[in-house]
Design a protein around this ligand. Structure first.
Ligand SMILES: *Cc1c(COP(=O)(O)O)cnc(C)c1O
Length: 391
């Protein structure tokens, strides 16, 4: 069909530059090993930190909810699509996060969009870390608020921005709790101090910290002992929680406001029973099986130490998100392809997800990996990197 030549041209350029990527379909369930192209390979690219995507208790909850309540909900939350289980999940999430209330959105992405777009006006300013997630950036694009970006985790630069913003009605500082491409943790104690000094609100996106950091995986706010001092906590139910969805945990006032103004919440159908029931069970698992998080951190340490000993550059990672920084985009994708050929699925991540010249193979180990699998992956990283002169 004619009409898309201008898009094809750009795609052809990407092919020339070696940055055109195909989707990689899995032929098995998610796990420490997955089947790709008929071959079993070690999975190091998922966000399935605790292995909950296939946890027997979540599977069972999803099946039972489907049998009892069906496959879908038939409406948006605000018309006829709120089931009692949706509210049960929200009560449990609020309790888990030590906040007054919580509200579930269709995804972490729409949570950030919905929250930022509804609570800020042209009288306000949003102050954002330079490496915040795309969903935060898009949420900010949807507001009429003034925008300031501070240098990544640079507290002097954040203070400079705050000093310039005294005239606005609301100053909202937004940061990822754990940065998804580097695995470093936001300096929340300092951010809270500055926010209190300059009378600002704080919003933390704990997508990569929920189920990973803090007591039973409560996230970065709890990890730093800052319960009650961060105004808005966003989390996802799609990463360590293993299912799908996003949520905001905060005051009853904010939640009531979002029920009336959060556009993805108002105009998009609620989660099916299987999703909601599995999320409820996932929070129970976090509370009742803390050994999963211990295993995750033990594995993360083992793998990170192994990479460092081999001489790889793993950047500033402090969490199970461990980048292996290659730099050049094309080489990075070659490295990833070679790893897959040898039996390790570790995706290359390049511009625009990370800056130009900062391409990396990003790894996330899970609680499901055995030490043998991780050691085998390390051996194959060494072999592939030597062949490509990365080490
Ligand atoms: C993955 C991610 C999201 C999006 O979450 P989904 O539930 O997958 O939509 C939002 N913020 C951050 C920081 C993320 O890493």
């Amino acid at each position: 069909m004619k009409g898309f030549e201008y898009l094809q041209e750009e795609l052809d350029q990407m092919k020339e530059q070696g940055t055109f990527r195909k989707l990689v379909p899995l032929e098995s369930e998610q796990g420490s090993k997955v089947v790709i192209d008929g071959r079993e390979v070690i999975q190091l690219s998922s966000n399935n930190y605790l292995g909950l995507t296939s946890h027997p208790r979540l599977r069972k909850a999803a099946i039972e909810a489907t049998e009892k309540y069906g496959a879908g909900t038939g409406s948006v939350r605000t018309i006829a699509g709120t089931f009692s289980m949706h509210e049960e999940l929200e009560r449990n999430l609020a309790k888990f996060k030590h906040t007054e209330a919580s509200l579930v959105f269709q995804s972490g992405f729409t949570t950030n969009q919905g929250v930022l777009s509804s609570i800020l006006t042209s009288e306000d300013v949003v102050i954002s870390d330079a490496l915040n997630h795309a969903s935060i950036i898009d949420g900010i694009r949807l507001t009429k608020a003034a925008r300031k970006v501070y240098k990544h985790v640079d507290m002097e630069d954040l203070e400079r921005a705050l000093k310039e913003c005294s005239d606005y009605r609301v100053r909202l500082i937004v940061t990822d709790g754990v940065f998804s491409m580097d695995g470093n943790i936001a300096p929340l104690p300092q951010i809270v101090e500055l926010a209190e000094k300059y009378d600002a609100l704080i919003m933390v996106d704990d997508a990569h910290a929920s189920g990973v950091l803090g007591e039973n995986g409560r996230g970065t706010v709890n990890h730093f002992g800052l319960d009650g001092r961060v105004h808005i906590q966003v989390g996802t139910l799609s990463k360590a929680i293993g299912v799908l969805g996003g949520y905001v945990a905060s005051t009853q006032t904010l939640i009531d406001y979002l029920i009336h103004k959060g556009r993805p919440f108002l105009f998009s159908t609620s989660h099916p029973p299987a999703v909601t029931a599995a999320c409820i069970e996932a929070i129970n698992v976090l509370l009742e099986e803390p050994e999963l998080i211990e295993k995750l951190w033990d594995n993360a340490k083992f793998f990170k130490d192994g990479l460092t000993k081999l001489g790889f550059d793993t950047g500033k990672s402090e969490t199970p998100v461990t980048p292996v920084i290659v730099g050049d985009e094309k080489k990075c994708h070659q490295f990833s392809d070679k790893l897959l050929e040898y039996g390790v699925f570790a995706q290359g991540i390049a511009f625009p997800t990370v800056s130009k010249g900062q391409a990396r193979v990003r790894t996330i180990v899970t609680a499901q990996h055995s030490k043998e699998e991780l050691q085998e992956a390390l051996n194959l990283f060494e072999k592939a990197a030597k062949e490509l002169n990365i080490l």
